[in-house]
Design a protein around this ligand. Structure first.
Ligand SMILES: Cc1cc2nc3c(=O)[nH]c(=O)nc-3n(C[C@H](O)[C@H](O)[C@H](O)COP(=O)(O)OP(=O)(O)OC[C@H]3O[C@@H](n4cnc5c(N)ncnc54)[C@H](O)[C@@H]3O)c2cc1C
Length: 299
């Protein structure tokens, strides 16, 4: 029976990027994916590559900074290995802080933290003050799809439509996994099953789903917004093809991926308050996804 050096359970961006990194180092890798690769949280995400210390837990900050630095090379390699684009953008983020967090000192204004006046950076944005953050964004759907192609081109094996129910052990050693269809052999298994990671015996990881609802608008012109905008009520993420993502809720709702019309309308209204010109923008899509959550908020 065929065997691998490592089995990765879950073909989201975490499982895919790990599979690629291991394969580049010569390992024989199998990704076992319950559905299609890259169709869960990694499909639902906004794609902001956040390393701002205001929003990142302190223990995660060094990792977030290192990860943000590595992203251009990571994205470039995926594009080369897949022949597909991932829309990595580096126009930066305009961060609109909650009013209660703004305490300007005499002789200092937040405008000094901007590379140009706000009205020049984003003429259509209705905001009095903002910070500029040198952050990037990526299109997570394009990235997951390209990472799947890159992994296949590099020789990673896939078993899709196959759910892992258990990691197999013999005399305290990992021997592979059992799936609904069959079993696979490997001396190492990495669980990258996102919000579902706690469902695979005998691991019982304390992961839980954290629901996020989002919507997508077609901007009236492709360059209506250039920066990611993050405000207390919503964030806006422009894509190079003229789509604008508006997100997102953070909800404890179990494994429920339904969207609620009231919630989507609230996000939509928040987007219109920030950019009134979006009034005539067509809504293309609304969706919900499940982030992997942990008790301490850390990986
Ligand atoms: C609405 C929303 C907005 C977000 N925005 C951002 C953002 O702007 N920036 C950011 O950095 N992050 C964002 N995130 C978080 C980001 O999406 C996740 O952190 C990331 O996608 C997690 O990737 P993953 O591979 O761990 O999980 P997933 O992409 O969920 O992949 C897990 C995979 O495991 C598979 N699987 C599950 N159980 C099994 C099993 N038993 N057997 C086999 N396969 C299994 C699933 O089918 C799935 O494909 C957002 C998330 C959501 C929902």
């Amino acid at each position: 029976m065929k065997s691998w050096d490592i089995i990765i359970v879950g073909g989201g961006i975490i499982g895919l990027s790990l599979a690629i990194a291991l394969r580049r180092r010569g390992a024989r890798v199998l990704v076992v994916e319950r559905g299609e690769p890259g169709r869960e949280a990694s499909y639902a995400a906004g794609g902001m590559l956040v390393d701002c210390s205001l929003e990142t837990p302190p223990a995660l900050q060094p990792l977030a900074v290192a990860s943000a630095r590595m992203y251009p090379e990571f994205a470039h390699e995926i594009e080369v290995e897949s022949g597909a684009k991932v829309d990595l953008r580096d126009q930066g983020t305009l961060f609109i802080p909650p009013a209660e967090h703004v305490h300007e000192r005499p002789g200092f204004t937040m405008a000094e933290l901007l590379p140009a006046p706000l009205s020049e950076l984003e003429p259509e944005l209705r905001a009095e003050r903002a910070f500029y953050l040198k952050e990037r964004s990526v299109d997570p759907r394009a990235l997951s799809s390209a990472a799947t192609k890159a992994a296949k081109n590099l020789g990673v094996d896939f078993s899709s439509g196959d759910s892992v129910s258990a990691v197999n052990l013999s005399e305290g050693q990992v021997t592979g996994v059992t799936t609904i269809k069959t079993s696979f052999l490997a001396p190492k298994v990495v669980i990258c099953a996102g919000a579902w990671s706690g469902q695979i015996a005998p691991c019982a990881f304390p992961t839980r789903p954290v629901k996020g609802q989002m919507l997508c608008l077609a901007m009236p012109s492709r360059t209506l917004l250039k920066h990611v905008i993050r405000s207390p009520k919503a964030y806006l993420i422009p894509r190079s093809d003229g789509r604008l993502l508006v997100g997102a809720t953070v909800e404890e709702a179990g494994f429920d991926k339904r969207t609620e019309p009231d919630t989507i309308q609230r996000l939509h209204r928040a987007a219109l308050e920030l950019v009134p010109k979006l009034r005539d923008a067509r809504m293309l899509e609304a969706w919900a996804g499940l982030r992997p959550g942990t008790p301490d908020g850390l990986p």
